[in-house]
Design a protein around this ligand. Structure first.
Ligand SMILES: C[S@@+](CC[C@H](N)C(=O)[O-])C[C@H]1O[C@@H](n2cnc3c(N)ncnc32)[C@H](O)[C@@H]1O
Length: 398
């Protein structure tokens, strides 16, 4: 049946795709519909038709899922910030787990038993400590819209509050609305400074302080388990992981290209009297080789916490060459993470021990993952045999 824009259809939802859209079918032709749940029957209107799939907007839920809940936010569905407020929180966690497991299986042939259940956020609303709002001139209504980009187009949804933001940010939204930017096209970043951390205004800091202790605990457990002595904390921002984990290792080096963040990292370490670490202001891909030369690979772990686009190929290549005992990959973008893990694990150079997802971004499609990679067993054995051979070859009997 050829579909056209404006057609209204009844669809049963079979699955939720990565990113949160429901998957319905007309014969074998896939139709994506947002804000639905598996098992629901909905009426939807086609908004876009492509060769292999179509998109539709939700008009009515005819048969709701028992896992459907009332969204807390009045802008939900219009505002592009959240995708899952209509989904019970426990179901959001299961959904994210399945999506990660499916993605890792597809991209990296990683079996789903390596993916642990998603750790929930103790505060599924009111958790974000940083948001970016935009201004846009609304010509038809002759007023300035202030808020987030809409889900269905590039226009700005005018909002007075954000239910996933911390209360202090909602205060700030009210202030921006009371003293609005002079025109449209302006972005305003609102943030709550974390206590005890020095963070320059434009530098990165983790977005959800409520789940942050679990994130650190996860990485700490992975490090303890491998028993390594040295840590290279790449993309270190204001030194968060290196500083939090300084007590587990003999020494660490943090690398970050934001020079102001590195200054703050030095202050953050000094304020805690941490003296077994050093921070380097540089591009990770340019200094990793030098950093890794300082430590013996079998006693070293590397934390990778890159931006959403993932690691530079040079980094992955160098890690495959130098083979540190452990790589801990932290990411809020599972697709680029799966791509990079695939490269690290090719030919068994690294082996994936486990992936721990954490719900740092409840109500949204996003999820944080921490992967624990160990240098390939067979390779480690081979390396040992090689070094024994060369010791013998050099006649070194000690
Ligand atoms: C996701 S943040 C992680 C920050 C830190 N690990 C934390 O937990 O707060 C990524 C960081 O990588 C930095 N960055 C991006 N590209 C980089 C590069 N090529 N070399 C070094 N740092 C980079 C960014 O400035 C940002 O601070």
């Amino acid at each position: 049946m050829p579909l056209k824009i404006g057609d209204k259809l009844s669809l049963t939802i079979h699955d939720i795709a990565f990113g949160g859209e429901g998957v319905g079918r007309i014969d074998d032709f896939v139709v994506f519909v947002p804000f639905v749940l598996v098992g629901e029957t909905v009426t939807a209107e086609i908004t876009e038709v492509k060769k292999n799939f179509a998109r539709a907007k939700l008009l009515r839920v005819e048969k709701p899922s028992p896992e459907r809940v009332q969204p807390e936010c009045r802008y939900f569905g219009g505002c592009g910030g959240c995708q899952y407020q209509h989904v019970a929180y426990a179901t959001q966690l299961r959904l994210k787990h399945k999506q990660i497991a499916d993605l890792f299986e597809r991209v990296g042939k990683i079996p789903s038993d390596k993916i642990a259940p998603v750790i929930p956020c103790p505060q599924p609303y009111g958790y974000r400590n940083r948001i970016m709002i935009r201004s846009q001139w609304n010509k038809p209504e002759q007023k300035l819209n202030i808020g987030f980009i809409r889900a269905d187009c590039g226009l700005v949804e005018d909002i007075e509050e954000c239910k996933i933001a911390e209360p202090a940010l909602n205060e700030q939204i009210r202030h921006v609305r009371a003293y609005p930017p002079p025109k449209g096209g302006i972005k305003v970043v609102l943030r709550v400074q974390p206590e005890d951390w020095d963070v320059p205004p434009d530098s990165f800091f983790q977005n959800n302080l409520f789940l942050l202790p679990k994130l650190v605990e996860t990485v700490r457990e992975f490090l303890r388990d491998s028993g390594i002595k040295h840590l290279a904390d790449l993309y270190c921002g204001v030194g968060f992981f290196g500083i939090e984990l300084a007590g587990v290792v003999e020494s660490f080096v943090g690398v970050e290209y934001d020079q102001l963040a590195i200054k703050s990292a030095q202050q953050n370490a000094a304020a805690r009297k941490i003296s077994n670490g050093e921070f380097v202001a540089a591009k990770a891909e340019e200094v990793l080789g030098k950093v890794l030369k300082r430590f013996s690979p079998e006693a070293t772990a590397v934390i990778l916490d890159p931006p959403r686009k993932g690691c530079q190929p040079e980094i992955l290549h160098l890690l495959r060459e130098t083979r540190p005992a452990q790589v801990i990959y932290v990411s809020c973008h599972p697709a680029t993470m799966a791509r990079d893990l695939n490269i690290l694990c090719a030919d068994g150079v690294f082996e994936l021990a486990r992936v721990q997802p954490l719900d740092m971004f409840p109500q949204t499609q996003h999820v944080e993952c921490v992967a624990d990679l160990r240098v390939g067993q067979s390779l480690a054995k081979r390396q040992n045999m090689d070094s024994n051979d060369s010791t013998h070859a050099h006649g070194n009997t000690n």
